[in-house]
Structure formats: structure tokens, C-alpha cells
Design a protein around this ligand. Structure first.
Ligand SMILES: Cc1cc2nc3c(=O)[nH]c(=O)nc-3n(C[C@H](O)[C@H](O)[C@H](O)COP(=O)(O)O)c2cc1C
Ligand code: SF4
Ligand code: SF4
Length: 259
């Protein structure tokens, strides 16, 4: 059994390669914690890496659910640098009472459109050999390998350097991160792909409630008219958006839709 969280489909695709029984964390989080008890021979968590860490709702899900399993694994998908997440987060989860048997990372396309041009990112994709990485992780899991990916000094330096001067990526009610421009046609796609149910459509326009925003960019990437943009940072390419090529818009809506 594998739980996934996804904004643009990378982690959904990765989860599909690792197990046949999938469950969406966005959906599971709608249940009260008292109903979130899971039992399986192996249980996995496959999620994107945000600022060298787990997405906040994913950590909330792991810590507030119970997992009855012989083998608990976590895979973080990322785009450029993982910052030694496996050692750091496995230690944190262990301290919080969660046993982690396996933690690995898989490099895929980087969907951080506040930093990267998605068209340029697509050109790097073949070098990342995603399917080879996923096959290796699958073999590890099938063999119930015990492994926590070591944090190299290069990755620790990236993490520590970033933490000295992180981006302010988190939206606030009084200082929104995203702006919806005149190109909006009121289609509602942004609200349907939001894993946290933060967007409602009023008078044909999206209205954000940032309280539970996971800062995942699903809304920005999925907008068919590219009407949603950053307010606080200039995007390298406001006309380039991304969805994993193996994943359809309908898949993302099925994974995330809260309405
Ligand atoms: C807010 C945010 C922060 C991110 N931070 C990092 C990062 O620190 N390092 C990195 O290599 N990739 C980073 N990424 C890229 C994603 O981890 C990567 O593209 C992931 O595979 C996306 O998965 P998804 O398609 O399932 O949403 C970030 C993406 C977002 C949206
Ligand atoms: S997805 Fe884009 S066009 Fe559709 S409602 Fe949202 S902002 Fe408007
Ligand atoms: S509002 Fe946008 S960025 Fe925030 S959780 Fe929803 S889809 Fe992700």
C-alpha cells in the first residue's frame, strides 16, 4: 500500500511504479485521525520535497495516522538538490515515534516555477533516468531493504546554505502569493486540482483561502490559460507550466479534488 501527495504528477507516477494499491494523502486527510488506521505488509509514502523537507500536510498525515506494518518506507521526489532529507527526516520521524525502515529520494523534473523555467527543465529530464531510479527503488522495497540514504556533505551544504536565507514562499491572507489575472476564464480547474481545498470559485473567479495552502503550485501549473502568477517573485518563465507526461489532468483531479 502506498500513499502519495502530488501537485504536478511526479509523485503519483513514482507511487504507481512502486505499488499497485494507491491512496491519496489529500483524500485521507479529510478523514478524522481516529479513522486513519492502516494495515498492510508494506506501507509507503511517496511525496514531493519542498524546501528540503516533507510537505507540511504529509508530515501531519504521518504523525496523526497509525500504520500497522512490517515495513514502512518514504520516497521523496525532488528536482535539483535533496539536501540530505532522508537522514534528517527519518531521524525526526523516529524521534516522533515513527519507525522508518527505508528512506530514499528520486530526482525528477523540478516544478518550482519561482526558480526554474519549465521548458528548460524539460530538456534536463532525460538525463535524470527516472524509470531506472524507480526500478531500483522498487527492487529495494520488494526485497524489504533497510536503508536510509546518507546525507553527503554537498547536500548538507545546500540545505544549510538555503536555510540561512530561505525564500518566503508561504502565502498569507494579508499578503497573497498568487495573483489571478485577466486571462482567467472561470473554468474551476485550479480549485479541482488543489489538494487542500483552498480555492472556491465565486462569480466566475477563484478565491483563495490560504489557511491550509500547502504551497504546492498545483493550481498555477494546471491553469489552462496560465492566469495564475506569483506576486512576490518574478517567475523565470510565466508561460511555461508542467504536468508529468504520464499523468493526465483527470488523474490529478481524481487525486486531489476536495469539492
Ligand atoms: C514549494 C516547492 C519547493 C520545492 N523545493 C525543492 C527543493 O528544495 N529541492 C528540489 O530539488 N526540488 C524542490 N522542489 C521540486 C519538487 O520537489 C519536484 O519537482 C517534485 O518531483 C514535484 O512532485 P509532484 O509533481 O508530485 O508535485 C520544490 C517544489 C515546490 C513546489
Ligand atoms: S484554472 Fe485558471 S482559468 Fe480556470 S478558474 Fe482557475 S485561474 Fe481561472
Ligand atoms: S492553493 Fe494552490 S498552491 Fe495552495 S495548496 Fe491549493 S493548489 Fe497548492
Amino acid at each position: 500500500m502506498v500513499f502519495y501527495f502530488t501537485a504536478t504528477g511526479n509523485s503519483l507516477y513514482a507511487a504507481q511504479q512502486l505499488d499497485e494499491e494507491l491512496a491519496s494523502i489529500a483524500h485521507e486527510l479529510r478523514k478524522p485521525a481516529s479513522e486513519r488506521h492502516y494495515q498492510a505488509k508494506a506501507i509507503g509514502i511517496v511525496v514531493p520535497l519542498y524546501e528540503f523537507d516533507l510537505p507540511r500536510p504529509v508530515e501531519e498525515f504521518i504523525l496523526s495516522s497509525t500504520f500497522n506494518t512490517d515495513y514502512f518506507y518514504v520516497v521523496s521526489t525532488y528536482g535539483m538538490h535533496h539536501g540530505g532529507i532522508a537522514e534528517r527526516v527519518a531521524a525526526r520521524l523516529t524521534t516522533a515515534g515513527r519507525r522508518v525502515d527505508y528512506y530514499n529520494t528520486v530526482i525528477m523534473l523540478d516544478n518550482a516555477l519561482n526558480v526554474f523555467d519549465m521548458d528548460e527543465q524539460r530538456k534536463l529530464d532525460p538525463e535524470k533516468r527516472v524509470d531506472e531510479q524507480l526500478a531500483a527503488v522498487r527492487a529495494d522495497i520488494d526485497a524489504r531493504r533497510h536503508y536510509i540514504q546518507p546525507a553527503t556533505q554537498v547536500e548538507v551544504d545546500f540545505y544549510e546554505g538555503y536555510m540561512k536565507k530561505p525564500f518566503d514562499l508561504h502565502p498569507h491572507d494579508d499578503d497573497p502569493l498568487y495573483h489571478v489575472g485577466d486571462a482567467c476564464i472561470g473554468c474551476g480547474t485550479c480549485s479541482r486540482v488543489c489538494p487542500m481545498g483552498c480555492i472556491r470559485i465565486e462569480d466566475g473567479r477563484p478565491v483563495y483561502d490560504y489557511d491550509r495552502c500547502a504551497n504546492c503550485y498545483a493550481c498555477i501549473h494546471a491553469c489552462p490559460t496560465k492566469a495564475i502568477h506569483y506576486v512576490r517573485y518574478d517567475e523565470p518563465n510565466p508561460n511555461a507550466r508542467y504536468r508529468n507526461p504520464h499523468v493526465t489532468l483527470a488523474d490529478l483531479i481524481a487525486a486531489n479534488c476536495q469539492i
